[in-house]
Design a protein around this ligand. Structure first.
Ligand SMILES: Cc1cc2nc3c(=O)[nH]c(=O)nc-3n(C[C@H](O)[C@H](O)[C@H](O)COP(=O)(O)O)c2cc1C
Length: 331
């Protein structure tokens, strides 16, 4: 009997496949469908502080000038968005039995913090903070950017008792140190990594445009490297995100030490029924090796347990061109 259960950020998941925050987790109907097809948990579409403000602004532009009416519109729009989000949290909680993790996209430690407690009151099992501060200001020191992350976590922790996960980017000069320092702040999990809109250039139009919204399978190397290197050291769970397209991708992430994975692109491309296929692939692989639970192999190929830990840190292609690569089997 194969048991795919995992414990992630203090929640028990029947399997490690979490549907990451995206449009697929933005409505009750879709969330129910994801549960039907076997999702272990869902992270709801993020509520964006900027999105709320932008929507309010666009309504306000129809009523220019500072007036009581304009202020009321702003207040109404914000309240409407927030209420809608809270309704989604509580409706999802009633409709499905898998954990429902809410998500806030944030970049400051001010405006939205009190909203975290409303999410808890609405019944969310956990809260994922999708924190991103673009380190593009050449006058801003790395330590100042990092402090904003810590401040956000400390303030949110004062608001809620449900487990918190932090979804982060890899734009840190001291990335390992930052991940470790986040992990000791009594959070449930860190998600490595968020994936962002990136710029591209349209040569025909000679214009800056948006690059691919969806990831490709080759991008899995990024979470594999960092989960593999950090999972032996951090003080909270790690979830892998970016480039996980099939059951093999999930197994790889577990082998390097992830307690769960988050998927988005592959479900956009293959539909929610793909979750069932991924689960089948994991079970088939486990049966072939007589594994009965995820604990039998989770972390077996993390950096502390392989013969050649340097493989995780190798970045140059010198060996590739000159000869043999050592293999990476565990001890
Ligand atoms: C269309 C789309 C919408 C997304 N919206 C959000 C969001 O609201 N909040 C968030 O934290 N991540 C969001 N993401 C990022 C995904 O949750 C995920 O981290 C990223 O796509 C990498 O995983 P993947 O390779 O499985 O797609 C979105 C991704 C896509 C493709």
């Amino acid at each position: 009997m194969i048991n795919l259960e995992t414990n992630y950020m203090g929640l028990t998941l029947k399997n490690p496949i979490i549907v990451g925050s995206c449009g697929l987790t933005g409505s009750l109907e879709k969330i129910e469908e994801l549960e039907t097809h076997g999702a272990g948990a869902v992270v709801l579409k993020s509520i964006f502080e900027e999105q709320i403000l932008m929507e309010a602004d666009s309504l306000r532009s129809a009523h220019p000038g500072h007036s009581e009416e304009a202020d009321n519109i702003t207040q109404y729009t914000q309240q409407h968005n927030l209420d809608e989000y809270l309704q989604l949290v509580s409706a999802a909680k009633k409709a499905v039995s898998i954990p429902v993790i809410a998500s806030i996209n944030c970049a400051s430690s001010s405006h939205w913090i009190s909203f975290a407690s409303k999410i808890q009151d609405a019944g969310a099992d956990g809260l994922e903070l999708n924190i991103f501060i673009m380190p593009s200001d050449h006058n801003q020191k790395g330590a100042d950017v990092e402090k904003i992350y810590f401040d956000i976590i400390d303030l949110v922790k004062k608001q809620v008792t449900i487990p918190i996960a932090v979804k982060m980017s890899f734009y840190f000069s001291g990335l390992a140190n930052m991940i470790f320092n986040l992990s000791v702040r009594r959070i449930g999990a860190i998600v490595l990594f968020n994936r962002f809109y990136a710029p591209d250039i349209d040569l025909e139009k000679m214009a800056v445009v948006s690059s691919h919204v969806f990831s490709s399978a080759s991008e899995i190397g990024l979470p594999l490297r960092w989960v593999g290197m950090l999972s032996p050291h951090v003080k909270c769970d790690l979830a892998a995100s970016t480039g996980i397209q099939d059951g093999d991708g999930v197994i790889k992430c577990l082998l390097v030490g992830a307690k769960a994975v988050q998927v988005a692109t592959t479900l956009y491309k293959n539909g929610p029924a793909h979750i069932g296929k991924m689960l089948d692939q994991i079970e088939t692989w486990m049966k072939g090796r007589r594994f009965t639970s995820l604990q039998d192999f989770t972390g077996k190929l993390n950096q502390a347990r392989i013969k050649n830990p340097i493989l995780y840190e190798r970045t140059q292609f010198m060996k590739y061109f000159s000869g043999k690569y050592p293999d990476s089997t565990s001890e």
